[in-house]
Design a protein around this ligand. Structure first.
Ligand code: PLP
Length: 394
């Protein structure tokens, strides 16, 4: 059923899936074609080359017809063996679900506990790795951007710790909500396994995910004894496409080709990062203003870990985030993200990643500010002005 206010555009401020640019939508509107057709193979090869530029790798790339979870699973079963120990720095909901997946797949997990609002301490990661003198830990699984908490993890610092300790564990990184939003450098940062998906910074429909794999990850793959079939990299390499076991999502590649053109050629990756940083800063300025009068506040309490993709907003004690989200959606046609796992009802999230500009984010913030008022949530009015001031700073 249509919402009464559903005229005009739905302002989609979820942290993924994200808005899909019109030109990407149009590019995906194609009739089916044979995925071995030479015309498609040219698009396919160009997409692989372009995606490697976004990940900043010259090594290996595998893609799957699956959402990000599929790429996680593929990455684990291709590089590890049953019973292997993995270290998982705690970031929030997504590090927890990566932990659960590892256990289910038969790996042993060792968490690095953290305050979700401040982000994991690098010293705690160092301590765990330093204690592992027998090198039992085979992989460190990091979430670059914790979408549930709105925090980032400095992956280059994790690399520095591994190097300093000469620890041979694979560095695996979930870049699902950071890629195409803020800086990530697979090769330079010595990331062995980089996991990404289509529906966030790449501005595509949900439907494919991928793994960037280093030479070291490929060597681990050859030694791995974990059962796998659909996600088997060796199976993939035996195919003409060198990826995908099964039908290739052809139309998504036409969308990817256009998205890569927008990111790499039209705007430029560095400008994409600057735009995300600018919009994220404005959202934070707004929320920090609202927090006066005991209003909602930034969930992340550590400015060094602020995420440029998503802001998680913590509600005042005893108030319900879902009431605000409901009003924003039903009255103003603005969709925001819910709080995940134990943050459900306590947090809502504004996604500011992908195809987004200043008026879109201001429209979202103004609508959320109205929703806060209508829901009777204490806050300091004028958050939108603070966002405007942030956006017009020289
Ligand atoms: N990791 C992170 C950081 C995410 O934000 C998400 C999705 O929101 C996932 C993993 C899971 O990806 P998917 O929902 O595409 O399976």
């Amino acid at each position: 059923t249509a919402r009464p206010m559903a005229r005009g555009r739905l302002f989609f401020a979820n942290p993924g899936p994200t808005n899909i640019p019109d030109s990407v939508l149009l590019a995906t509107a194609r009739a089916s074609m044979d995925f071995n057709d030479p015309a498609f193979m040219a698009v396919y090869d160009a997409c692989f080359a372009g995606l490697k530029k976004v990940i900043k790798t010259e090594q290996h790339l595998f893609m799957y017809t699956a959402s990000g979870h599929g790429a996680w699973e593929a990455s684990l079963v291709n590089t590890l063996s049953p019973g292997d120990l993995v270290l998982i720095p705690e970031t929030g909901h997504f590090s927890a679900s990566w932990t659960k997946m590892c256990s289910t797949l038969g790996f042993r997990t060792q968490p690095v506990a953290a305050d979700w609002r401040r982000g994991v301490e690098m010293s705690a990661i160092r301590e765990a790795l330093a204690a592992d003198t027998a090198h039992e830990i085979k992989a460190v699984c990091c979430v670059h951007n914790e979408t549930a908490a709105g925090t980032r993890l400095p992956i280059d610092q994790v690399r520095a710790i591994l190097d300093e300790l000469k620890h041979p564990a694979l560095l695996m990184t979930d870049t699902i909500s950071s890629l195409g939003c803020f800086d990530f450098r697979m090769d330079e940062w010595g990331v062995d396994v980089c996991v990404g998906g289509s529906q966030k910074g790449l501005m595509l429909p949900t439907g494919f995910s991928f793994t960037g794999a280093s030479e070291k990850a490929m060597a681990a793959h050859r030694a791995s004894t974990h059962p796998r079939h659909y996600f088997d990299w060796t199976e993939m390499l035996a195919r003409k496409q060198k990826s995908f076991v099964g039908t290739v999502p052809v139309t998504l590649f036409y969308g990817l080709q256009e998205a890569l053109r927008l990111i790499l050629e039209e705007e430029g990756l560095e400008n994409v990062f600057k735009r995300h940083a600018r919009l994220a800063k404005a959202v934070r300025a707004c929320v920090q203003h609202w927090s006066g009068n005991n209003g909602p506040q930034l969930f992340c309490q550590n400015p060094e870990r602020y995420s440029d993709s998503v802001t998680a907003i913590l509600m005042p004690e005893g108030t319900d985030a879902e009431a605000v989200r409901k009003i924003a959606l039903e009255r103003f046609n603005v969709s925001t993200g819910a709080g995940l796992s134990n943050l459900s009802g306590k947090v809502f999230r504004i996604g500011h990643l992908g195809d987004l500009n200043e008026p879109m984010i201001l429209g979202t913030l103004a609508s959320v500010e109205m929703a806060l008022g209508l829901a009777g949530i204490p806050h300091a009015k004028g958050g939108v002005q603070a966002a405007m001031d942030s956006l017009t700073q020289p």
